[in-house]
Write a protein that binds this ligand. Structure first.
Ligand SMILES: *[C@@H]1O[C@H](CO)[C@@H](O)[C@H](O)[C@H]1NC(C)=O
Ligand SMILES: *[C@@H]1O[C@H](CO)[C@@H](O)[C@H](O)[C@H]1NC(C)=O
Ligand SMILES: *[C@@H]1O[C@H](CO)[C@@H](O)[C@H](O)[C@H]1NC(C)=O
Ligand SMILES: *[C@@H]1O[C@H](CO)[C@@H](O)[C@H](O)[C@H]1NC(C)=O
Length: 462
């Protein structure tokens, strides 16, 4: 019955995704068969004419049609101000270039306007082999409001496939949607435009679940991927690129703060080149509640990373804490006077990671002594050009196997005088946008069992 229903649904959909076995593994967005060519609505596509009105008319026609379809951009450069995608089963087929026109006044009075604004949509896709260009260099040097390139909110069943996203003015893909697949996309910026910087240009910000990113290249000026949700798989990607430039802040989880409840995140088969960091878990300094657990970083090669090969930092956004381990300890003292950190990091695995050359710090694992990180598993890690002493750790507990040079993770669990006697009370406010919060899970039995497991093991070994 279920199979029959699925077959019917798939047959009803446009066939575009079925031709390519590389595509959909998480979601098959159903896009209607009608084509809405923006030229039919008056777009010129000469790269200088403002085509906003025509393109918006094509998008609106799709939204109000019965079955949806692809709004098509072909054979030209289509210049436009911010656009709004509404209505289910519509997609953008960009085989040429869709270029954001520079603007400084908020066109619709909202400081959060993005170039492509997609909201309340079920079944959405962008594909076609072309480029969506944010014209970022016209924004980067200035203080004007900076639009994200694509902002998808309150939506589901999204595929972004075979398309390039270039020069976003701010975050590139900000995706608050469930059932998302991003594949065969290139996200990049022009490193020659603004002194090798492209500030705040995150590649993909993940705020929905499940979410699958694969076979993509992400070469940007901030987080290559920033995970803010659970059940996420990122694989077979290249982060960073050749030459001078920032090239990204890595495979990030966070930054996480009060109430973040993240589990089951995997990054695997990723090659990094010239990024600041590789694996990068960031928890805001003084976060008082929440957890991040069951994370796997696997099969990773790190070429010429600029700062840390890998990093886990519970003092994020605290300048002093970030500067050095000594400062970190000092800032932790002051933080404790403000209230203890109850954020739990547990079961984080780093497996089969190599760096042929280490530029600065092999790894930094800075946890909180209010709740140390537990169950950190480091396996088959080889970082060339550094010594054991170059690792930086605080309150990081777990196990190591074949780590060269050995990291400063303490084996086992925190010593007997350490108390896990926390009463977790989940009374967090629901976060406004997306993401899983602890309150949406209720009191988390898994979290409690993590602590119990630690407690049991400690009793057994002592
Ligand atoms: C992405 O980059 C690769 C390698 O340069 C290229 O072969 C591919 O066509 C690009 N894809 C798009 C959609 O631009
Ligand atoms: C973990 O996330 C992956 C990727 O979204 C998903 O396929 C898998 O079912 C999840 N595992 C669990 C135990 O939920
Ligand atoms: C630890 O996380 C991995 C995923 O990385 C998961 O498969 C495993 O079950 C977790 N272990 C425990 C004890 O929960
Ligand atoms: C380790 O990672 C490398 C690089 O991704 C990969 O080629 C190799 O097959 C992995 N080894 C194992 C045992 O999975």
């Amino acid at each position: 019955m279920l199979v029959l229903l699925l077959t019917v649904l798939l047959d009803a959909a446009s066939a575009w995704y079925r031709h390519d076995p590389r595509l959909v593994r998480v979601v098959a967005p159903l896009i209607g068969d009608t084509t809405f060519d923006v030229r039919d609505y008056g777009a010129v596509g000469d790269g200088t004419t403002d085509d906003t009105t025509a393109i918006q008319a094509a998008l609106d026609a799709c939204a109000s049609s019965d079955s949806g379809g692809f709004v098509e951009f072909s054979g030209g450069t289509f210049l436009s101000l911010p656009l709004y995608v509404k209505g289910d089963n519509c997609g953008l087929w960009v085989s040429s270039t869709l270029l954001q026109m520079h603007w400084t006044e908020e066109p619709l009075g909202s400081a959060s306007t993005s170039f492509l604004n997609v909201k309340d949509v079920s079944h959405f896709a962008i594909t076609g082999g072309g480029t969506i260009d944010g014209n970022g260099p016209l924004w980067w040097p200035n203080d004007d409001p900076r639009p994200r390139l694509v902002h998808i909110k309150d939506s589901a069943n999204v595929a972004l496939y075979d398309v390039a996203f270039y020069d976003s003015a701010d975050h590139t893909l900000e995706v608050y949607a469930d059932n998302v697949e991003i594949s065969h996309v290139n996200i990049s910026v022009d490193w020659t435009a603004f002194d090798g910087k492209a500030p705040n240009t995150d590649g993909v910000d993940v705020h929905g679940t499940p979410f699958y990113i694969h076979d993509s290249t992400i070469d940007v000026g901030d987080d290559n991927v920033a995970v803010h949700a659970s059940d996420i798989l990122v694989e077979d990607c290249v982060f960073g690129g050749e030459g001078d430039g920032v090239h990204g802040h890595g495979a990030s989880i966070g930054s996480l703060g009060d109430g973040s409840a993240i589990s089951n995140v995997t990054f695997r088969n990723i090659v990094f080149e010239n990024t600041h960091v590789g694996p990068n878990i960031k928890v805001s300094a003084g976060a008082t509640s929440g957890y991040c657990k069951d994370v796997l970083y696997e099969n990773i090669i790190l070429f010429d990373l600029q700062y840390w090969n890998m990093r886990l930092n519970m003092g994020y956004d605290d300048d002093a804490a970030e500067a050095s381990p000594t400062n970190y300890r000092q800032s932790r003292q002051s933080r404790r006077r403000l209230g203890s950190s109850n954020f739990l990091l547990s079961n984080i695995t780093y497996r089969n990671i190599s760096a042929p050359k280490t530029t600065q710090v092999p790894g930094e694992l800075l946890c909180s002594d209010d709740i140390p990180c537990i169950n950190l598993h480091l396996q088959d890690i080889t970082f060339a050009g550094v010594d054991e002493d170059d690792w930086v750790c605080a309150d990081a507990y777990g196990d190591m196997d074949d780590v060269v040079p050995a990291a400063c993770v303490k084996s086992g669990y925190p010593p007997g005088d350490f108390s896990f006697s926390y009463s977790y009370s989940y009374s967090f406010e629901e976060q406004e946008e997306g993401g899983e919060t602890a309150s949406s899970l209720g009191a988390s039995p898994l979290l409690v069992s993590d602590l119990q497991r630690a407690e049991t093991r400690r009793t057994q070994t002592s």
